[in-house]
Write a protein that binds this ligand. Structure first.
Ligand code: T3D
Length: 263
């Protein structure tokens, strides 16, 4: 598929997906949502890819739903935006959460609305210190969507999640790091090199174990400790038969660096 609203490339095990509507702060249109899903599907079916990095072109990561898109039309032709969520945003977040490789959001600038949720749906979020996170929804009479009501309280606790969502204040990247919303805020000039290094590191790691870590962590809030111990046993059972586990143990015993294949 050729893309008009995103850039997508894969090299040396690292896939890079860049939202590419910089003049509209990379806000989501229906067309861009479809391209995102297509790119995620390509990652899912390419065994040579070991990590995905998502970023935005220009001064924003993503400003959420494009408010000028027909999907947000008001008046007689107004669509049911519940359907828009069901048809576009829900599959996007579920595709990211079940992706077979670890994911990194490189938040190069403004993240607002569903753009914040897109970043938070990635496994690791690295932001430029000049970036900020804005729960813009209450300003237009909506609620945090695209997983926002799920991600926010888990990461920052209910008091901060409620404050962010209701008041829609900009949360600077370094404070987002302090609050545990994101993994790391770095100087703007270091963002690209930091993410390149991280992506290269992840691309050499045991891919299936990283993804199982995501799945297990995200399953935990719905489980008792006993249930979660069972979830862990299930993943360990599966991973224990894998090449990467055998390689990891062999490398340890032979006092050498492991060579993981993602299998
Ligand atoms: O349909 C459904 O499914 C509902 C789903 C909803 C999910 C959501 O994400 S709802 C939340 C949508 N997002 C917003 O409400 C954020 C709107 N944008 C802003 O509040 C501001 O742009 C920012 C605070 C993010 C940045 O402000 P600033 O001053 O740095 O930039 P700007 O001048 O406002 O924006 C620059 C351009 O980008 C401007 O276009 P122009 O005038 O130069 O042609 C602006 O209109 C455009 N832009 C920014 N955000 C959006 C957008 N255009 C369309 N949709 C946007 N979300």
């Amino acid at each position: 598929m050729s893309y008009q609203n995103i850039l997508f490339e894969a090299q040396a095990g690292i896939a890079r997906l860049t939202l590419n509507r910089p003049d509209k702060l990379n806000s989501f249109t229906t067309a861009m949502n479809a391209e995102l899903l297509s790119a995620l599907d390509a990652v899912q079916h390419d065994n040579t890819i070991r990590v995905l990095v998502i970023s935005g072109m220009g001064r924003a990561f993503c400003a959420g739903q494009d408010l000028a898109d027909p999907a947000m039309a008001i008046g007689p032709l107004q669509p049911d935006i519940g359907n828009v969520i069901e048809e576009h945003y829900k599959p996007l977040i579920l595709a990211l959460q079940t992706l077979r490789v670890p994911t990194v959001a490189m938040v190069n600038g403004i993240a607002a609305g569903a753009g914040v949720s897109l970043a938070l749906a990635c496994d690791l979020v690295i932001a430029a210190k000049s970036a900020y996170f804005l729960q813009a929804f209450s300003k237009i009479g909506l609620i945090p969507d695209t997983g926002g009501t799920w991600f926010l309280p888990q990461r920052v606790g209910m008091a901060r999640a409620m404050g962010l969502a209701m008041l829609a204040d900009k949360l600077p990247a370094d404070k987002a790091q302090d609050w545990g919303l994101i993994w790391q805020a770095v100087d703007d000039g270091e963002l690209s090199a930091t993410v390149d290094k991280l992506a290269a590191q992840l691309a050499q790691m045991p891919t299936r174990a990283l993804v199982a870590t995501r799945l297990a962590m995200h399953a935990a809030p719905n489980h008792t400790l006993e249930q979660q111990l069972g979830v862990e046993a299930g993943f360990m059972r599966e991973l224990g038969w894998r090449d990467d586990f055998k390689e990891g143990v062999a490398a340890f015993q032979q006092k050498r660096a492991p060579k993981f294949t993602g299998q």
